[in-house]
Design a protein around this ligand. Structure first.
Ligand code: JFZ
Length: 575
């Protein structure tokens, strides 16, 4: 990225941008969580020596998160450290990065100051750093800190406090000192970790975040020393829970995890614009603006904050597809800031098949990503009186009709959505909207019942996560280890009587026979194949004779009981 001139930067910064709602009524100085709580959207940046390799070493590619290449490809430490002599991100342009974050609608930037491999992206007394060990010779952290201040963005550092693969004594690092004596973690902590955290806390101005990561079995007293160092030097900075030992100002969920149900308190989902955190030459699986916004709104809808990552390449350039889709998503956010900034969680407590909902006091904003083909949008039962409904089209509010559909509410929408990738509907209530967190089966679009929402007995319900490629995490709540009496039971709200195609989403071995039954005595039994990965298998048509509250019960009638796990049941209305 070429360096952005000051004048151009100032002009572009003048672009209209909606500050978090609270910013208008400036949050009291003591409320250091306001930016995180109301901003709801930040930029993560994984930028380091590994960016220069881009997932490739000596002609071979590491298909996984790029910042782990040293360890996963077992590169000799000296060879990796020698890469610093070639690392010259000459096109890194801090102002352009800050501008992109602003244009994306993000409210802060958190960047890797030192990742697990131990290379400092800042001027440090420890010699393995970008200023002293590379031809670049500048401190990009100082440039970015300044650019964020000029742009009105929050700023903070990621720091790998426990793992250091090139420092003797660092976890997963050399076990011997250069003189052959045994390396101790306490020495790494004293001579590198603590001094570097003090450097990043005292040399870059006021910070809003220090994002420690993978605490592992780091001794509690040393974690507390770091916490106290941050509190003493950066009183306005938030610590995420990955500092370890139950400390931190907010909970950082597992990587790339948007929880399926609302969570209380301050928490964050960290995610990335493709599948790798650091730049990886092969990884072109970019999230487009629809996917970015869907995951952002789903995270805010569950009550959380979304931290979305970009991985600059070895020249310091943010990959164009990431920049393009971030800007497109930012354009949408600028049209509907009320859906994101200062927005609260959905009253339903889970995602809708058509999109998601967030709240501003008595107003519920629906972000409709899948516009109903028949113009009818169904809202599961609410416990609050609806006063008005409008389509939000730019600054216009276009009234829309609604009617009770049993305990549900049916909105009548125009054939085409007023905006892409999502149309927004504002619903005003007589009070802060409330609803029961009961999954709904819609009459005009597929709906998925996750095991997260089922009562499971006689089987084991547990949250699992796995990596597709190394570091690419997936998360599921599954029911497994099925006994003969095992049951997964959902209470559901059905909007309309009728036939629904049922699919079971499961993985395992052999050919399981499942039964699916409703409270009306309708029962399906079928035998289908299984696969090693979660897959939706069709099981036939299920009939509901009336709208309203029902139960759906799934059982494993026959199969390799401890080798089969169910993650969801999917209902698609028959035409
Ligand atoms: C860690 C790092 O190892 C990774 O390189 C990247 O920086 C990521 C943001 O953080 O990876 C993690 C850390 C924690 C979990 C998963 C991956 N977790 O708690 O599930």
């Amino acid at each position: 990225m070429k360096r952005t001139s000051v004048a151009l930067f100032a002009i572009l910064l003048a672009l209209p941008i909606c500050l978090p709602i609270h910013a208008r009524a400036a949050a009291p100085p003591s409320d250091r969580t306001a930016l995180f709580r109301d901003g709801n959207y930040g930029m993560f940046i994984h930028f380091g020596l590994y960016s220069h390799l881009g997932g490739r070493w000596q002609g071979r590619t590491f298909y996984g998160i790029g910042e782990w290449i040293l360890r996963q490809m077992k590169i000799p430490l000296a060879d990796y450290m020698a890469v610093a002599k070639e690392f010259n991100p000459s096109e890194f342009d801090a102002r352009a990065v800050a501008l992109l974050a602003r244009q994306a609608g993000m409210k802060w930037i958190i960047i890797t100051s030192k990742h697990h491999e131990g290379f400092a992206m800042f001027r440090s007394a420890h010699p393995f750093n970008i200023v002293d060990a590379t031809p670049f010779g500048r401190d990009p952290m100082k440039e970015l800190a300044e650019a964020c201040r000029e742009a009105g963005l929050g700023f903070g550092f990621y720091y790998s406090h426990n793992q250091d693969w090139t420092a003797p004594g660092g976890t997963n690092g050399p076990t011997q000192n250069p003189d052959g004596s045994p390396a101790a973690f306490s020495r790494y902590f004293r001579e590198k970790c603590f001094p570097q955290v003090r450097e990043i806390c005292t040399q870059y101005g006021p910070l809003q975040f220090i994002w420690f990561d993978t605490p592992g079995s780091m001794p509690r007293e040393q974690v507390i020393e770091l916490e106290q160092l941050v509190r003493g030097t950066q009183p306005g900075a938030l610590l995420c829970s990955r500092i370890g030992h139950g400390l931190g100002d907010y909970v950082s969920q597992g990587d790339m995890e948007v929880p399926p149900r609302n969570r209380e308190g301050l928490w964050e989902t960290c995610d990335t614009t493709n599948d790798s955190w650091a730049f990886a030459w092969y990884d072109q699986n970019w999230k487009d603006s629809r996917e970015i916004l869907l995951r952002l709104v789903r995270t805010v809808g569950r009550g959380g904050t979304y931290l979305l990552n970009v991985g600059p390449d070895g020249k310091g350039r943010i990959p164009p597809p990431a920049a393009r889709y971030l800007r497109q998503a930012g354009d949408w956010i600028r049209r509907y800031p009320q859906v994101v900034y200062g927005a609260g969680p959905s009253p339903w407590g889970y995602a809708m098949p058509w999109g998601d909902a967030t709240t501003q006091g008595r107003t519920l904003h629906l972000a409709v990503f899948d516009w109903p083909h028949d113009g009818r949008l169904f809202l599961p039962p609410l416990q609050s009186a609806l006063r008005s409904a409008h389509l939000v089209a730019g600054r216009k509010r276009i009234p829309i009709r609604w009617a009770a559909a049993g305990a549900w509410t049916e909105l009548r929408l125009p054939a085409a959505p007023p905006d892409r990738p999502a149309g927004v509907i504002a619903l005003e209530f007589a009070e802060i909207p409330r609803a029961e967190a009961v999954p709904g089966i819609h009459p005009n679009m597929p709906a998925t019942l996750l095991v997260d929402f089922a009562e499971v007995s006689g089987a084991e319900k547990k949250e699992i996560r796995w990596m597709e490629k190394f570091g690419e995490w997936k998360h599921v709540t599954q029911a497994g280890a099925w006994s003969e009496s095992g049951r997964a039971v959902w209470a559901v709200e059905v909007a309309a009587a009728g036939d629904y195609y049922v699919e079971l989403v499961y993985r395992g071995e052999g050919r399981p026979t499942w039964t699916i039954a409703t409270d009306e005595g309708v029962r399906l039994e079928n035998n289908q194949n299984a696969s090693s990965v979660y897959h939706a298998f069709p099981f036939g048509l299920l009939h509901f004779s009336r709208p309203g509250r029902h139960t759906v019960t799934v059982a494993l009638a026959d199969g390799i009981r401890d080798r089969i796990s169910l993650s969801a049941v999917r209902f698609t209305p028959a035409e």
